[in-house]
Design a protein around this ligand. Structure first.
Ligand code: G6P
Ligand code: FE2
Length: 189
């Protein structure tokens, strides 16, 4: 039997950076069609801000193994809609995931394939269980970077297609200084 080598890596709680991790950067221009207010999107595109960065430590896509990643999701809004991740189902849809909030303020939108949605607020210390089959997207509702760690099966994979096309049935916006979760006007079953 060939055993893999165990290892420890350092996560910097302030920056969210995991040493030696693979870094992925998502800018606004990578998220065309994701935000409801297209006019606000086009306007902000001139600056093309970084929306989030992911630091991932991933294994081969094998059953039984585990990946982990931090995400640094920056504060901001497109129109009234808070900065968010793309969101995805798992390619192997029955794979679950655990998120652990480290810094900042935000939450997770989850959704079943039938469009049933949930909003779970997150602050440092919040652990979110993402059950099998639920799509998940994180959203920064604060004014500093929202940083969290996620652990997920190495063979889970990311299925972005459905969310890219249809979005979530709910959106998270600021209204009169309040965080409001409301129906997505562009949602169709
Ligand atoms: O992949 P996104 O929906 O853009 O979310 C960004 C990232 O968030 C977390 O860190 C997950 O563990 C990653 O698997 C995911 O890639
Ligand atoms: Fe996931």
């Amino acid at each position: 039997m060939e055993y893999k080598e165990p290892f420890g890596v350092k996560l910097d709680f302030e920056s969210g950076i995991i040493e030696n991790a693979k870094k992925l950067v998502r800018k606004l221009s990578d998220m065309k069609g994701y935000y409801v207010d297209e006019e606000a999107y086009e306007k902000l595109l001139k600056e093309d801000p970084i929306i989030y960065e992911v630091y991932a430590v991933e294994q081969e896509e094998k059953d039984g193994d585990l990946n982990f990643a931090t995400t640094v999701l920056y504060p901001g809004k497109v129109g009234s809609e808070f900065f968010m991740t793309k969101g995805h189902y798992h390619s192997k849809a029955d794979r679950a995931e655990v998120y652990f909030a480290l810094k900042g303020k935000g939450g997770m939108l989850l959704q079943t394939p039938e469009g049933e949605a949930r909003w779970i607020p997150m602050e440092p210390g919040t652990i979110v269980y993402v059950p099998p089959y639920w799509a998940h997207r994180t959203i920064n509702t604060g004014d500093e970077p929202f940083i969290f760690l996620a652990l997920y099966p190495a063979d889970a994979g990311h299925d972005y297609g459905t969310i890219k096309e249809k979005g979530f049935s709910k959106i998270v916006v600021e209204e009169n200084g309040e965080v409001v979760v409301k129906d997505n006007p562009k949602w169709t079953e």
